[in-house]
Ligand binder design. Structure first.
Ligand SMILES: Nc1ncnc2c1ncn2[C@@H]1O[C@H](COP(=O)(O)OP(=O)(O)OP(=O)(O)O)[C@@H](O)[C@H]1O
Ligand SMILES: [Mg+2]
Length: 296
């Protein structure tokens, strides 16, 4: 009989409480667990504790209670180098993590610190810049880049370290709609293609149903609910309590159902799902040829 080998959780926080020096309790008894290869979102309104939890997960803040494990190892026992090899942190403001004078220097900084030989450093820089569609920025001065470009370059710097876990604080904040879609597609690609564990903090609900395997909703430093997108957004009371809203498409169909009596099945969260549910209600002889479409 083959023994069942259990893979450790990529990230596990248990019973974490954190209070800032001046007295704000930012996290209260938080349990947060992510399996290797999962795509998980922390969804919460401003000031709910997302950034604090991220800082606790990567050891920048020490919780007064509770434990954090990364790939099964207690965070307290991991050296900064070991942690950096496993976890890539993408801060909300890219300027906080850009060090080089040029894009190339900046992206090469991490791999050089790992002591890799120069050909491997250059290979990683090329690959990381290609992933974020920033190959053409390679020779540019960092301080001449736009916010969106800086964001992509800071992301490339993290990807060049080839982390197995990626933690991102509001990765789409400040990006235009195309930049936002590109960022989410890239995270989805990294997750599906390379099985990189993705953990992101956000308060924007619209894109999550397309990408997140699971969502943790936080409010005032506590976990209100955890589960897949459909379980989260079906819980209207909890969404109100968390000061969040439904994704626009779900809100529209929920209102059509509630106020207009349109008999829509379930609660579609994406345009693709909504299209299918609405098509079900239209007599076949009134619909043209049924085309397959993207689920977006
Ligand atoms: N350095 C600090 N000192 C004192 N209190 C802080 C500090 N940083 C955050 N807080 C407080 O801790 C709570 C959680 O803040 P946090 O930044 O973790 O929230 P957040 O969910 O990331 O919010 P946002 O969506 O605005 O980024 C807030 O009440 C905030 O005022
Ligand atoms: Mg924050």
């Amino acid at each position: 009989m083959v023994a069942h080998v259990k893979t450790p959780l990529a990230v596990e926080a248990a019973g974490v409480t954190y209070t800032y020096q001046e007295g704000t309790r930012a996290l209260e008894d938080v349990d947060f667990a992510v399996q290797s290869g999962e795509f998980v979102a922390m969804l919460a309104s401003n000031g709910s504790g997302k950034t604090t939890l991220i800082k606790v997960l990567i050891g920048l803040l020490k919780p007064e209670k509770g434990t954090v494990k990364i790939n099964g190892a207690d965070l307290k026992r991991l050296s900064r180098n070991e942690l950096c090899r496993q976890v890539g942190l993408v801060l909300q403001n890219p300027v906080d993590q850009l060090f080089g004078a040029t894009v190339e220097e900046d992206v090469a900084y991490g791999p050089r610190n790992l002591g890799l030989d120069e050909s491997e450093v250059q290979r990683r820089v090329t690959e990381a810049l290609e992933l974020v569609a920033a190959g053409d920025l390679r020779g540019r001065a960092i301080h001449h880049l736009s916010f969106g470009e800086q964001k992509r370059v800071s992301m490339a710097g993290i990807l060049a370290m080839q982390p197995s876990i990626l933690i991102l604080d509001e990765p789409t904040a400040g990006l235009d709609p195309a930049g936002e879609a590109m960022m989410m597609r890239l995270l989805n690609y990294l997750n599906r293609r390379f099985r990189i564990t993705v953990i992101l903090a956000t308060h924007s609900v619209d894109l999550l149903p397309l990408f997140a395997d699971r969502i943790y909703v936080l409010r005032r430093g506590r976990v209100l609910k955890e589960g897949p997108a459909d379980a989260i957004f079906c819980d209207h009371e909890m969404i109100d309590e968390a000061c969040l809203r439904l994704p626009y498409i779900a809100d529209l169909l929920h209102k059509m159902k509630q106020y207009d009596g349109v008999p829509i099945n379930g609660l579609p969260l994406t345009i693709g799902e909504a299209r299918m549910r609405l098509l079900e209600l239209i007599p076949e002889n009134l619909i043209g040829k049924h085309h397959e479409g993207p689920d977006s």
